[in-house]
Write a protein that binds this ligand. Structure first.
Ligand code: BGC
Length: 708
């Protein structure tokens, strides 16, 4: 028997020859077996219903020939195995606008995935936030395709640094949760390429080696068996040479998915397996389809398995080590977005400070779906504030939970006389998250063994009248609004901390409080970061990666139960720009304890694109970070185009009084539009507006022009 085990240092030619030999020697049954995951339901049962707690085979693997298998782990907010580092959720990391940090987060995930026996990571989730009610908003970076692509590419590169294959998901148009198994998204070719796919392409261009298809349909066909998506665009237009695997169970309905470009059905052979063997034997599917799929799977697997490892060993003691936890804290510090501040923050101290709200004292790192991470510890807001209060005098004396929405009169009387009340509000896994209802038929094997955790989550949601993952409201629960109002009337100053995966409309109470800080789900170190942001050890520097509209109806139409929906070319800031609607808080907006001024915006043509630069000065007496943003306003003559599009951003740190010229290069490709008549990208000639500044609001941007 030939031994085809991968060896470190094998050249590309040796890998190709090995893969060809495996394909020649394996039987049809063995090859088809490599095109499916297996063992998921068994592992799920054995782990007591903990989704993803045990790595399971997700394709590849042929013992007879010593061919390794893919072992999958989830994790936009950390590795969903063991007791891994739990980062702030992806949306929070989107708010950092810090690609360098995101690459380091990816490296940690790569190391922790390696240490825990996996080689395929489902961490790169970049579906576009079309509407803030999307239940899985927290798993993506935001509403803008450019920003999604830049951040997701860094995460993928970081993960793959440690020879873990990164999979980018969910390809494509997966941004309604409850309806994800059935919704048919109608979209035209131009909108697809300009709005919903550029981020996937950017991440694949950066080297991401695997793609997970989406559950939903596009223009009448399931994405998991969509030839236009999986073959015409992904392989032919973009030149992707990695493998595609399905989302879990529901994504593939016919063996012909294989011919459309799906290489692996996960997590079990339900639609492939014997049905695919039969289809090949009956002539319905060419044997070449099987060989092509196996070639893609095996070449990718071997490329990663044969590459040299940056670390000498990947041992368990690396998981959630202090340096990894420090990166989780850095992300929490950089992600919080200060939406309002009348001078209440930072806390002046010594003062009397009280903490309010049930969520102040709850472990709340995000939803309980596939992205759930179980870290060794989680610092809640209350614990973080109490810990820092014991070391400094900014928070006054003893810190306690003074009241919650369960007893508002009691909370109001506790707030009387306080200098500052900190009220923590928002959502948990009950209000938003992945839709994994307990009564779903997860395939033959699992229907009788639905895990307790999933069932418990489902009955909790059912009790609230919904088992859905999409939000039912864009506002805070009424009891939390009552709590804010009651506390704000009693305390001298009130700070509201919002925990949520995306936009929350706050207009009905915002004028009654002094400061509002959105922390998202801020990970295992969220509470300690919060305390340092409140007392001014660090200035908030996160910027909104989405638009907070003034009114619900300013967002595009959203129906969590839709059978079909049309995705048009406008959403978020492009929609509000087009309609002349002033948002409550603009994309890219976020306050600081420092103040920055911008001057001297310049632009010039540079090889292959344009270069713009602007001077930014920190006018304050503290060191702080600023996220400098660049938007392009295309001529919009050849076709109707958005008023402006984000095409660059840079996070900088400036000391007191420091000035820096910030330069950004925009390649021509990022200025183009997709012409549906010629079916190609085109640069529009004419005057382009170049804008740089601190948010997408016109008043926060300097602007100049360049004729291209
Ligand atoms: C989710 C994916 C996830 C998969 C495996 C699915 O339900 O949609 O994002 O990677 O489960 O856990």
């Amino acid at each position: 028997m030939t031994d085809y085990s991968p060896r470190k240092g094998m050249s590309a030619a040796e890998i190709n020859a090995t893969v060809a030999a495996i394909i020649a020697e394996a039987t049809l049954e063995e090859k088809v077996a490599m095109m499916s995951g297996r063992g998921f339901f068994k592992a799920y049962r054995e782990s007591g219903g903990l989704w993803g707690a045990v790595p399971y085979q997700a394709g590849g693997g042929l013992e007879r020939l010593n061919v390794p298998a893919l072992f999958f782990t989830d994790g936009p907010r950390g590795v969903a195995r063991g007791q891994s580092t739990c980062f702030p959720c992806t949306m929070a990391r989107g708010a950092t606008f810090d690609p360098d940090l995101e690459r380091r987060v990816g490296e940690v995930m790569g190391i922790e995935a390696r240490a825990q026996d996996t080689n395929l990571s489902g961490a790169v989730c970049v579906n576009l936030l079309r509407h803030p009610a999307w239940g899985r908003a927290q798993e993506t970076y935001g509403e803008d395709p450019y920003h999604l692509g830049v951040m997701g590419a860094e995460l993928a590169v970081g993960i793959q640094t440690h020879n873990i294959i990164a999979t980018v998901k969910h390809f494509a148009l997966n941004s309604i949760e409850n309806a994800r198994f059935k919704v048919d998204v109608q979209i035209d070719a131009r909108t697809l390429r300009e709005v919903y796919l550029p981020h996937f392409k950017r991440i694949i261009d950066a080297g991401c080696a695997s793609v997970m298809s989406a559950y939903n349909k596009m223009n009448g066909e399931y994405c998991g068996q969509h030839r236009e998506l999986l073959t015409d665009i992904l392989r032919h237009e973009w030149g992707f040479d990695g493998f595609v695997h399905s989302d879990w169970v529901m994504g593939v309905y016919q063996p012909y998915g294989a011919a459309a470009g799906l290489d692996i059905e996960n997590p079990e052979p339900i639609h492939f397996g014997q049905k695919l063997i039969d289809a090949v034997n009956s002539g319905g599917i060419e044997p070449g389809v099987i060989d092509t799929a196996c070639g893609r799977i095996l070449r990718t697997l071997y490329r990663f398995a044969c590459a040299e490892n940056p670390l000498a060993a990947y041992s368990m003691d690396l998981v959630a080590q202090p340096s990894h936890i420090a990166i989780a804290k850095e992300a929490a510090l950089k992600s919080a977005v200060l939406l309002k501040n009348d001078g209440t923050l930072p806390l002046k101290g010594p003062a009397s400070v009280g903490v309010f709200g049930r969520l102040a004292d709850v472990v709340n790192t995000g939803d309980n779906g596939s992205s759930r991470v179980r870290p060794p510890h989680v610092i809640t807001p209350l614990a973080g504030i109490a810990e820092l209060a014991s070391k400094t005098n900014a928070f006054g004396s003893a810190i306690a939970l003074c009241g919650t929405e369960a007893d508002i009169p009691d909370a109001a009387s506790a707030a009387k006389g306080l200098d500052t009340a900190i009220v923590v509000v928002g959502y948990t896994a009950v209000e938003e998250g992945e839709y994994i209802p307990g009564d779903i038929n997860l395939g033959q094997e699992v229907s009788s063994a639905v895990g307790e955790e999933i069932a418990a989550g489902a009955s909790q949601r059912k009790a609230r009248g919904t088992i859905g993952g999409d939000r039912v409201s864009l506002r805070l629960p009424p009891a939390q609004v009552d709590l804010i109002r009651a506390v704000a009337k009693s305390a001298k100053h009130t700070v509201v901390v919002i925990v949520a995966g995306s936009a929350v409309l706050i207009d009905e109470w915002v004028d009654e409080v002094g400061a509002v800080l959105q922390t998202f789900y801020s990970g295992m170190e969220g509470g300690s970061a919060l305390a340092e942001l409140l007392d001014g050890t660090v200035s908030p520097s996160g910027k909104l990666p989405f638009t907070i509209a003034a009114k619900e109806e300013d967002y595009p139409f959203f129906d969590k139960d839709a059978d079909a929906i049309t995705y048009g070319p406008y959403h978020g800031y492009t929609l509000m720009d087009r309609d002349g609607k002033e948002p409550a808080f603009a994309f890219g907006y976020g306050l600081s304890y420092a103040s920055f001024t911008y001057r001297a915006l310049n632009v010039r043509r540079a090889a292959g694109g344009i270069e713009a630069w602007v001077s930014v000065r920190n006018e304050s007496s503290i060191t702080a970070d600023e996220v400098v943003q660049l938007y392009i306003g295309p001529p919009g003559k050849a076709a109707e185009r958005p008023t402006k599009l984000l095409r660059g951003f840079k996070r900088i740190t400036l000391g007191p009084g420091e000035t820096r010229a910030v330069r950004m290069f925009v390649p021509e490709a990022d200025l183009c539009w997709w012409n549906p008549e010629t079916r190609s990208w085109a640069l529009e000639s004419g005057v382009h507006t170049v804008m740089m500044g601190s948010s997408s609001r016109v008043q926060d941007l300097l602007s100049t022009h360049i004729n291209l």
